[in-house]
Design a protein around this ligand. Structure first.
Ligand code: NAD
Ligand code: UDP
Length: 314
C-alpha cells in the first residue's frame, strides 16, 4: 500500500507518515515547507519506504506508480501562520484540495481531508457535534482558514457525490505534542517557551475562553481509523476534556516547574469563546477515544521543547 501525505513535513503530517510506515505503508510526502520543517522527517531519510518531494500542492504534480490513499494535510494551521499567509491558505484549501482530489480520482485512491473544528467558527452550541453547521464570520481575519476548510469539505463531498471518489473528512480539534514549531504562535508552544525562558505567559483576553487539547498520538490513531473506515461524512477527532486558557496556563506552569507569571493581552478578533468536540460519532463508528491524558502528554511535550530551547541556546 502506498500513501501520498501532503503537509508531510508538518507537525501532524510527519507523525502520520511515521504511523503509516509502521503499519507497512510506503509514504510519499509532499510539502513546500511553508510552515513545516524538513527536520520533522529527517529520521526517515534513507528509509526505502519513505520519499519526500518539496512541492507546492496548489500546482499540479504527476505521481508515478500506484497510490492507494491521498491524505491531504497541507495548510498553515496556526492562526499566526494563516494571518501571515492568508492567500496561500485560501489557495491550498481550494486549488491544493482540488489537485489532490484529482490525483485520488486518477489513481482510484482513497482521499482523506484534514478539516478542522474552525468549521464551527465561534460556536453557539457546545460541545460541537458534526451536525452543527457553525457560526463563522466570512470576512474576518480568521475567515481565510475557516472558509478555506469549509470550501475543502464542500469540494471533497462534491467529488465523492458526483465523481465517486472514496473520501473521508476528519475535523481535527486542538492537538499538541512533540514537533510543534516553537514559534508557530499557538498557545502551547507560546506558553511552554515562555515558561521555560522565564517570561510571563501571554493569556489573551480574560483567559476564560476554552479549548480541549488532544495528544498527537491519539489524533493520528483517530485519522488512521477513519482512513480504514468506510464513512464519508465529517468525523470530529479531539479530546473532550475542556478547560479555560487560564487553567491551561496553570498546567503549563506546573509541568515546567516555572515561576513565570501571567500577562494579559488583547483577545484576537473572532477568537472562539468555547471549543469542545462531541466525539460520540468517533466512538461509535471508529471505536476511538483519546487515551493520553494531559497529565501524561504535557510533560512529554515539555521535554521536547526543553531540548529545542537548549539547542537554540547552544
Ligand atoms: P503544520 O503547519 O505543522 O503543517 C502543515 C504543513 O503543510 C507544513 O509542513 C507546510 O509546509 C505544509 N504546506 C502548507 N501549504 C502547502 C502547500 N501549498 N503545498 C505543500 N505543503 C504545504 O500544521 P499541522 O498542525 O501539522 O496541521 C496539519 C493539518 O491539520 C492542517 O491542514 C491543519 O489545518 C489541520 N489541523 C490541525 C490542527 C492542530 O491542532 N494541529 C487542528 C485542526 C486542523
Ligand atoms: N492564546 C493565548 N495566548 C497565546 C496564544 C494563544 O491566550 O500566547 C489563546 C488564543 O486566544 C485562543 C487559545 O489560546 O483562545 C488557543 O489559541 P491557538 O492559537 O493555539 O489556536 P486556536 O484554537 O485559536 O486556533
Amino acid at each position: 500500500m502506498r500513501a501520498v501525505v501532503t503537509g508531510g513535513a508538518g507537525f501532524l503530517g510527519s507523525h502520520l507518515s511515521d504511523l503509516l510506515i509502521e503499519k507497512g505503508w510506503d509514504v510519499l510526502a509532499l510539502d513546500n515547507l511553508l510552515t513545516g520543517n524538513a527536520e520533522n522527517v529527517a529520521h526517515l531519510a534513507g528509509n526505502p519506504r519513505f520519499e519526500f518531494i518539496r512541492h507546492d500542492v496548489t500546482k499540479s504534480i504527476a505521481v508515478d506508480g500506484a497510490v492507494d490513499a491521498v491524505l491531504h494535510l497541507a495548510s498553515p494551521a496556526s492562526p499566526v501562520d494563516y494571518h501571515q499567509f492568508p492567500i496561500e491558505t485560501l489557495e491550498v484549501g481550494s486549488l491544493g484540495t482540488r489537485n489532490m482530489l484529482e490525483l485520488a480520482q486518477a489513481k482510484g485512491a482513497r482521499f482523506l481531508m484534514a478539516s478542522t473544528s474552525e468549521c464551527y467558527g465561534d460556536p453557539e452550541v457546545s460541545p460541537q457535534p458534526e451536525t452543527y453547521w457553525g457560526h463563522v464570520n466570512p470576512i474576518g481575519p480568521r475567515s481565510v482558514y475557516d472558509e478555506a476548510k469549509r470550501f475543502s469539505e464542500a469540494l471533497t463531498m462534491a467529488y465523492h457525490r458526483t465523481r465517486g471518489v472514496n473520501t473521508r473528512i476528519v475535523r481535527i480539534f486542538n492537538t499538541y505534542g512533540p514537533r510543534m514549531r516553537l514559534n508557530d504562535g499557538r498557545v502551547l508552544p507560546n506558553f511552554v517557551y515562555q515558561a521555560l525562558t522565564g517570561q510571563p505567559l501571554t493569556v489573551y483576553g480574560d483567559g476564560k475562553q476554552t479549548r480541549s487539547f488532544c495528544y498527537v498520538s491519539d489524533l493520528i490513531d483517530g485519522i488512521y481509523r477513519l482512513l480504514e473506515s468506510d464513512h464519508h461524512e465529517p468525523v470530529n477527532v479531539g479530546n473532550p476534556r475542556e478547560m479555560t486558557i487560564l487553567e491551561f496556563a496553570e498546567q503549563v506552569l506546573k509541568y515546567t516547574g516555572s515561576k513565570s507569571g501571567i500577562r494579559f493581552e488583547p483577545l484576537p478578533v473572532d477568537d472562539p469563546k468555547r471549543r469542545c468536540p462531541d466525539i460520540t460519532k468517533a466512538r461509535q463508528l471508529l471505536g476511538w477515544e483519546p487515551r493520553v491524558t494531559l497529565e501524561e502528554g504535557l510533560p512529554r511535550t515539555v521535554e521536547f521543547f526543553r531540548r529545542v530551547v537548549q539547542v537554540q541556546k547552544a
